[in-house]
Design a binder for this molecule. Structure first.
Ligand SMILES: Nc1nc2c(c(=O)[nH]1)N[C@H]1C(S)=C(S)[C@@H](COP(=O)(O)O)O[C@H]1N2
Ligand SMILES: [Mo]
Length: 185
């Protein structure tokens, strides 16, 4: 991990909350994650099936585009690449929307979703992810701004074209690399 921060970011050890789609809590046992769209095999995975894919740990700074960076944040979960390997993206698949249960979405190039370190996370700093931080399951895309790390993850939808999610429709960047300050446009 780099010990400096991307331009324009201020470190914090608090973990601020940022939510546009508050949703009621969900028991882990009731969780269903769907993978659909431009895939050869649609998937619907429950808790046990996700856990059976194995667990990886990650420590990374978490950068919100509004300027705070929650340093040295520890996550555990299954690499999303393993789930996508099961779903088999169609040859033309290039982008995806990650959807929350409440209708929030973020747009991601497929190669960013399959990058090392991208997790379907169930643990934050050594404990189950609290509801307000997106538990029981959230997406963590550590190398992009925080708005791509969708809380209360419910669905991954693949596309054969570029797509816009909640913030991309409102002028935020398609990719969102904090080191390049890809905030808008
Ligand atoms: N479902 C959902 N996921 C979301 C958001 C949201 O409003 N709804 N906000 C995003 C933004 S802008 C950031 S910075 C992070 C904040 O995560 P936190 O609330 O756990 O700090 O979640 C991202 N994922
Ligand atoms: Mo954010």
């Amino acid at each position: 991990m780099r010990d400096d921060l991307p331009p324009g970011q201020t470190p914090t050890r608090n973990f601020p909350l940022f939510t546009v789609d508050p949703a009621p809590p969900l028991e882990a046992a009731a969780l269903r994650l769907r993978v659909l769209g431009a895939v050869e095999h649609r998937l619907e995975l429950g808790w046990e099936e996700l856990a059976a894919l194995g667990e990886e740990a990650l420590e990374h700074d978490f950068h919100c585009v509004t300027g705070w960076s929650r340093t040295a944040t520890r996550w555990q979960g299954v690499p999303l690449a393993r789930v996508l390997t099961q779903a088999v993206p169609k040859p033309g698949a290039t982008h995806a929307l990650a959807w929350s249960r409440g209708g929030y979405s973020a747009s991601l190039p497929l190669e960013d979703l399959t990058a090392p370190g991208v997790l379907l996370a169930w643990s934050l700093d050594g404990a189950p992810i609290p509801h307000e931080h997106g538990g029981p399951l959230r997406l963590v895309v550590p190398h992009l701004y925080g708005w791509k790390s969708v809380k209360w993850l419910a669905k991954i939808q693949l596309f054969e074209r570029e797509v816009e999610g909640y913030w991309e429709m409102r002028g935020y960047h398609r990719r969102g690399d904090p080191w390049r300050e890809e905030r808008f446009g």
